[in-house]
Design a protein around this ligand. Structure first.
Ligand SMILES: Cc1cc2nc3c(=O)[nH]c(=O)nc-3n(C[C@H](O)[C@H](O)[C@H](O)COP(=O)(O)O)c2cc1C
Length: 214
């Protein structure tokens, strides 16, 4: 049975924590289909729809990619977490728990039963706005996953070894992977997100001026 599903969009958005601890239990294709459909409903620049979604269950493929994902943790992500301050809306203890969860996902990435890899046929020289035609689909899929009571995390770390990872997935030249969503039933609970005060990131009319509407 799905854990804590919801059809309330506001509930989904406000509780869609990065779920990094996932059970290895299978996820029915019927639910994966719903998530993929939510992705395809997203907008894309000029309605070009150059996205391609790779559903990966093959343990060998996932393991090969996890090796690069782990290498990037050891090379840069782990040291950065160990030395950087907590972000807005977090604190030292919470940030430490985030670090532990990130390390957990790193070690267990390939054990998530299903990955959806969001790719774009973006040509040889993707530009500054190219990702905007795939990340809407990615966010739609994250929200659909949450609505179904499944857990996921938007991950992009693998792009640090993008060439190598895209080769493992068998992508042709002119196509690139932009995100990997490891999907599974969550071990923990969905909960309130930690973000800083809205008024610290919203301006009115000119940068730095308060927005009176808040
Ligand atoms: C562009 C982007 C890339 C991300 N890449 C990773 C990643 O590779 N690995 C990971 O564990 N989390 C990744 N995350 C998840 C963020 O760390 C997470 O959204 C953030 O810590 C907030 O978590 P919360 O929503 O649970 O509060 C990524 C998020 C975004 C938006």
């Amino acid at each position: 049975m799905p854990a804590n599903p919801t059809n309330d969009l506001w509930e989904s958005m406000s509780t869609m924590r990065a779920m990094r601890r996932l059970k290895p239990d299978p996820v029915p294709d019927e639910l994966i289909n719903k998530i993929l459909q939510a992705g395809q409903w997203a907008p894309s620049g000029g309605n070009t729809q150059r996205w391609r979604f790779l559903v990966v269950k093959d343990p060998e493929v996932k393991k090969k990619v996890q090796v690069y994902y782990k290498r990037l943790f050891d090379e840069s992500v782990g040291p950065r977490y160990a030395t950087s301050p907590p972000p807005p809306g977090s604190d030292a203890a919470r940030y430490k728990r985030q670090h532990a969860a990130v390390e957990y996902l790193t070690d267990h990435y390939h054990e998530a039963p299903v990955w959806i890899v969001a790719c774009l046929e973006d040509g040889e020289n993707p530009g500054r706005t190219t990702g905007s035609s795939i990340y809407g689909a990615v966010q739609n899929m994250c929200l659909a996953t949450r609505a179904l009571g499944l857990g996921t995390t938007l991950t992009t770390r693998h792009t640090g070894y993008g060439k190598e990872v895209d080769a493992i997935f068998g992508l042709p030249s002119g196509a690139h992977s932009y995100a990997i969503l490891p999907i599974g039933w969550p071990m923990g609970n969905f909960g309130k997100l930690g973000r800083g005060p809205l008024k610290e990131v919203v301006y009115g009319d000119r940068w730095g001026q308060p927005f009176a509407g808040l």
